[in-house]
Design a protein around this ligand. Structure first.
Ligand code: 5GP
Ligand code: MN
Length: 325
């Protein structure tokens, strides 16, 4: 845990040109943190750009200002004096955006993952924060006045990383900051509609196929399923469309750990872990080269066989149901 937020604020105040970088396979918190920080810096009169390597799920682009995020190629000639990563627990999480750092450490890193390794010149990370967007808000409110658009994009990350104010990380601070952002003009309805109500017919078909493969063991405490390349192809879905499905498994009564294996492209498997009350899935993800939070973690394995990965990972995850594993 490294918690000197003043050092981050001072570094940002001194900056003139800033590159803000999020992580690959971005979620709402990541997108929110990148866009919010860019808008804060621009409000302060600085030149700021936001970068995420790879695709951004299409439904986030309905939210104002998300389209300002650029890809790596757009920013190769962008000159900056300060680089900042948000919501990334280690350097590899920013994917190809690492090329923009030209071999240097990020100047500032801002994160809230349990598995953070501290990889910048100035690091701020603390897993007590429900979202990176909560940290961004603590920075932002010291520096600028919030208008409705800034408030709404900042609220996106707080809402999504708390499961829309349901998870155990939904603390007093989350509600009080969310209230301030709503007071400044943010609409939780617009955010929830964009993020939670975008399922296409193809995704519903994928969901039903995923549930058809569901395995339940350990007295109903461990539930897992998979989405193969073949299932994605014939339902007309992409890997992104499978992103939220692990939550559907966890939603079952009595399930403590849910695992979803997503094979995409063939030979690569992304594994999403979710736990409900006590199991620490970040430890399991870490052992397979990934990381994350106690209740939500993941890893990406390249050049592997789906069935072999399922066997290995399920065997290891059974242990995680026991105390202290
Ligand atoms: P998801 O299952 O939604 O892909 O990821 C859940 C959580 O685990 C997210 O907070 C994400 O940042 C983290 N995570 C997912 N994949 C990886 C990975 O390959 N490496 C690390 N360090 N964290 C990951
Ligand atoms: Mn986050």
């Amino acid at each position: 845990m490294k918690k000197d937020l003043d050092a981050v604020v001072e570094r940002l105040k001194a900056a003139k040109r800033v590159l803000v970088i999020g992580h690959i396979k971005p979620d709402g918190d990541d997108i929110s943190s990148v866009v919010t920080l860019v808008l804060i810096l621009r409000k302060l009169g600085k030149v700021a750009e936001g970068c995420i390597a790879g695709e951004i799920p299409w439904f986030y682009k309905d939210l104002a200002d998300v389209p300002l995020i650029k890809n790596v190629d757009d920013l190769r000639d962008f000159e900056y004096d300060t680089s900042v990563t948000v919501d990334a627990s280690e350097l590899s999480r920013i994917g190809d955006a690492v090329e923009l750092l030209k071999g240097k450490k990020p100047d500032v890193t801002i994160d809230h993952h349990q598995t953070n390794v501290g990889f910048g010149e100035i690091d701020f990370y603390d897993s007590a924060y429900a979202a990176a967007a909560v940290i961004i808000y603590e920075i932002g409110k010291q520096l600028v006045d919030y208008d409705a658009r800034l408030a709404e994009i900042n609220l996106l990350g707080i809402a999504t990383d708390t499961g829309f104010f349901k998870y155990s990380n939904t603390d007093y601070k989350v509600f009080s900051y969310a209230a301030e952002l709503v007071k400044a003009g943010a609409s939780i309805q617009r955010i929830s509609s964009a993020v939670l109500e975008h399922r296409t017919l193809n995704e519903v078909k994928l969901l039903s196929e995923m549930f058809a493969k569901l395995h339940i063991e350990e007295d109903g405490k461990l539930a897992w399923s998979y989405v193969s390349t073949e299932m994605l192809r014939h339902t007309g879905c992409t890997e992104d469309d499978a992103g939220g499905l692990v939550g559907e498994i966890r939603s079952m009564y009595g399930v403590e750990i849910a695992i979803l294996f997503i094979e995409w492209p063939e030979g690569d498997v992304h594994i999403s872990f979710r736990s409900k009350n006590y199991a620490d899935v970040s430890k399991v993800a870490l052992e397979f080269g990934g990381g994350g939070h106690v209740r939500a973690a993941g890893c990406s394995c390249k050049g592997v066989d789906l069935e072999e990965m399922i066997n290995k990972v399920v065997a290891r995850t059974r242990q995680a149901l026991k105390p202290d594993k």
